[in-house]
Design a protein around this ligand. Structure first.
Ligand code: PMT
Length: 405
């Protein structure tokens, strides 16, 4: 399997004027091959060497050039672009751009973005060898290095002007490798993680349903933690009031049957499945097409229920199965019941939580869990669902590593 080292990473590629600008087109593709989302900003001079349309077609986003271009500013303004990116990579970076950047200028879109940026900035210089070795350029480069701007290259060799020396744009593959190395190696890079979250709703009639108090907070927090860890994340969500998780794909479902179908459609290439959803164990045998009415002759009503598919047990029973993590929502005998579920559903790990305590479990921002696996368990104190999610992701990645040995 190809490891996409830049999955979930947002790279703003700045292209400045110079003959090497054409190589930026290949760079967009190579960064995308590693999973990065790339947006392009060009200086006016760069547009003399390669068209904005080429960069737009390759990146799949509008190319940004001018500060006051109403069209692209309305798509994403300069401050938003600076905030959006995990890395600003300027390749090729001309001597003129380097001087203006160094001087703190904000006289075009790219320098303004660099001024507004609070993220990592890397530059790959490309220029004539005499311009590169000019003391002023070298002073500028030394100053940028002191400001923790990463300098990639330049390489030595024959230049477009026919001279030989240092000043060529570093090879595109090397720029990509240097870019990958900027980001700390992540625990779930290259893994597809499917997470169910929230409640399910089982219809009784067009206006009533059976459900539970799950808010989706724990499942969404896990999705965020998995995205942070570099995974390709799919959230299969029951009805919640939460915003979709940034950089994850969300599939909205309503009933357990819907959730089952969505999970099965995503499971073939899944590496880790985490069942956080509070799936209704039963649904009404009949769903009335019309609203059920009170009757004169009885003050009771019976709704016959039938079992729903057990989603996580079905995933764990597949011949090619992902690493399976379940949650056990218990009101008594927490660890005993959790361990039974671990064994009965053939899971790799189960997260036991007590849903009788309203300060944790359903709908709270906090939880208290015990991780239970075949030959061990680990009890954690009360903490936020975000922190719990990070602990679970850590544990899963360690177990995946142990399986490799
Ligand atoms: O959403 P929040 O408000 O943040 O609350 C979080 C939570 C309390 C819902 C969560 O921490 C939790 O405990 N989720 C599991 C709820 C549950 O259904 O537990 P269970 O013990 O009934 O089920 C055990 C496991 O089987 C779970 O992983 C569940 O997703 C799965 N299951 C259950 C039934 C079914 N038909 N299919 C399933 O996949």
């Amino acid at each position: 399997m190809t490891i996409n080292n830049l999955v979930n990473k947002r790279i703003l590629l700045g292209v400045t004027g110079g003959i090497a600008a054409y190589k930026a087109a290949d760079l967009v593709r190579r960064l995308q091959d590693q999973g990065a989302d790339v947006r392009v900003v060009m200086t006016r001079a760069a547009t003399e060497f390669i068209t904005p349309l080429t960069m737009q077609a390759l990146s799949g986003h509008p190319t940004h050039i001018d500060m006051l271009d109403a069209e692209t500013e309305s798509v994403m303004g300069h401050i938003e672009l600076a905030r959006w990116s995990d890395l600003i990579l300027i390749a090729p970076a001309s001597a003129d751009f380097i001087a203006r950047f160094c001087g703190g200028h904000g006289d075009d879109l790219l320098t303004t973005i660099c001024l507004a940026a609070e993220t990592n900035i890397a530059i790959a210089p490309a220029m004539n060898q005499a311009m590169w070795s000019n003391p002023q350029t070298q002073m500028n480069i030394a100053q940028l290095e002191r400001s923790e701007v990463l300098i990639m290259g330049p390489a030595e060799g024959i230049q477009a002007c026919g001279e030989t020396g240092q000043g060529r744009l570093l090879d595109v593959d090397q720029i990509v490798q240097r870019t990958i190395s900027i980001f700390p190696s992540e625990k779930l890079t290259g893994k597809k993680v499917v997470i169910t979250a929230g409640p399910t709703r089982e219809s009784i009639d067009p206006v009533r349903f059976i459900s539970n108090h799950s808010s989706g907070k724990q499942g969404y927090a896990l999705a965020e933690a998995a995205v942070e860890a570099g995974a390709d994340v799919v959230v299969i969500s029951g009805p919640t009031n939460l915003d979709p998780v940034d950089r994850a794909r969300t599939i909205n479902t309503v009933s357990a049957d819907d959730m089952y179908a969505a999970v099965m459609s995503e499971i073939a290439d899944c590496d880790v499945f985490i069942g956080v959803a509070a799936v209704a164990d039963f649904k009404p045998v009949m769903q009335s097409e019309q609203k059920l009415k009170k009757t004169q002759d009885s003050n009771t009503m019976t709704i016959e229920l039938i079992e729903n598919p057990d989603i996580i047990a079905s995933v764990a029973a597949l011949s090619k199965r992902p690493f399976c993590v379940g949650f056990a929502a218990e009101t008594e005998h927490l660890l005993g019941h959790a361990r039974l579920k671990l064994q009965r559903k053939k899971l790799d790990l189960i997260v036991a939580n007590n849903v009788a305590d309203s300060s944790i479990g359903f709908n709270s921002d906090n939880n208290r869990i015990t991780l239970v696996w075949n030959d061990g368990e680990s009890d954690l104190p009360v903490m936020s669902k975000r922190n719990i999610a990070a602990k679970i992701v850590n544990h899963v990645s360690k177990q995946l590593d142990a399986q490799k040995v």
